[in-house]
Design a protein around this ligand. Structure first.
Ligand SMILES: NC(=O)c1ccc[n+]([C@@H]2O[C@H](COP(=O)([O-])OP(=O)(O)OC[C@H]3O[C@@H](n4cnc5c(N)ncnc54)[C@H](OP(=O)(O)O)[C@@H]3O)[C@@H](O)[C@H]2O)c1
Length: 299
């Protein structure tokens, strides 16, 4: 009797040191053998992909998969593109892209918001407006992209208008129907966005306050406020990191840990989904769909 083929995951990280977090999630998701590589770039990735493609044939190839991570999202995207372009015919493996945890975290944030707002109803989503604070970081960009794809009007905030403009242009290149508008923090446009948003998602750097108590008062129309920063002080003043669908006046609020459980579920389920199939590619949209299937009430 032959032993079952072991699950091998290549962890390709663009940072010099591969993420311990991503490694542990992979092990917890049932990976038997983890091969972590750091400092991976589009220029150096091909031999690693070939190593994964050409060692196992047929059905056994479905027990090899690739995870692409790292803190540089653009670099990780370029690595992922090189990986998928190397495949041909049946000689391919499944791939998941989650640089800086951005895809899984953004998916979890959108799913939290969708519990209270009709984001998965195209017509109703088109009537929703969202403000993404710290919208230029890895997580903020993905939140903007996912909401934009669902049809929500999204204001992307940054300290620098030009950064926000670049992010909006980058997202709209991928999602041409997205309605994204750049706003500079504390500008008139920012305050208008704050006052008219149904959803505020704060994706600023750890320990940075992006919305103080006065700002929160201006966000009176918002039905959902989400703060993804887990490091005190809170990104949105008054939100506790453990808050999860906590009612506050007419709104509900979520803190980073309140969203983090769903993020972890999506991350683990994503890794599990890579095995047993050879052509799965999981980017933000696929991970959001996976998360939706995990959190859907049983029928
Ligand atoms: N809950 C979870 O499971 C989970 C998972 C991953 C990440 N996170 C958290 O999610 C948040 C976003 O992550 P990220 O990697 O996208 O963040 P990031 O790249 O570190 O920062 C996001 C944005 O914050 C703005 N920013 C940075 N320093 C600032 C300052 N001093 N004042 C005002 N704005 C500042 C920057 O935008 P501008 O320069 O354009 O203004 C930056 O692009 C972080 O707090 C992170 O810890 C949570």
């Amino acid at each position: 009797m032959t032993a079952p083929t072991r699950r091998v995951l290549l962890q390709l990280d663009c940072d010099p040191q591969p993420s311990a977090f991503d490694a542990i999630v992979a092990v917890d998701a049932g990976v038997d053998v983890l091969l972590p590589y750091g400092g991976v770039s589009p220029q150096t990735v091909l031999p690693l992909v070939h190593g994964a493609m050409f060692t196992r044939g047929g059905a056994a190839l479905s027990q090899t998969a690739i995870f692409v991570g790292g803190s540089n999202v653009e670099m990780a995207e370029a690595v992922c593109a090189e990986v998928t372009q190397a495949f041909f015919g049946p000689v391919r493996v499944s791939v998941m892209l989650d640089p800086a945890g951005a895809n899984t975290t953004a998916s979890a944030a959108v799913l939290a918001a969708a519990r209270h707002l009709p984001l998965f109803d195209q017509e109703q989503a088109a009537r929703c407006r969202a403000l993404v604070l710290g919208g230029t970081g890895p997580v903020g960009q993905r939140v903007a992209r996912l909401l934009g794809r669902l049809g929500v009007a999204v204001d992307v905030a940054s300290r620098k208008l030009q950064r926000a403009e670049e992010v909006c242009a980058g997202v709209m290149e991928k999602v041409p129907h997205a309605r994204l508008a750049p706003v500079a923090n504390a500008s008139t446009a920012f305050h208008t966005a704050l006052e008219s948003s149904d959803l505020v998602v704060s994706c600023g750097a750890a320990g940075v306050v992006l919305l103080d108590a006065a700002g929160r008062k201006r966000a009176g129309k918002a039905r959902v406020l989400i703060d993804l920063n887990a490091v005190p002080p809170a990104g949105i003043e008054g939100i506790g990191s453990g808050d999860k669908a906590k009612p506050e006046g007419p709104a509900v609020v979520y803190g980073a840990l309140g969203v983090g459980g769903t993020k972890m579920k999506i991350h683990r389920a994503g890794i599990e989904k890579l095995f047993g199939a050879k052509s799965v590619v999981l980017d933000a949209e696929e991970l959001l769909a996976l998360g939706e299937s995990l959190t859907a009430p049983p029928t």
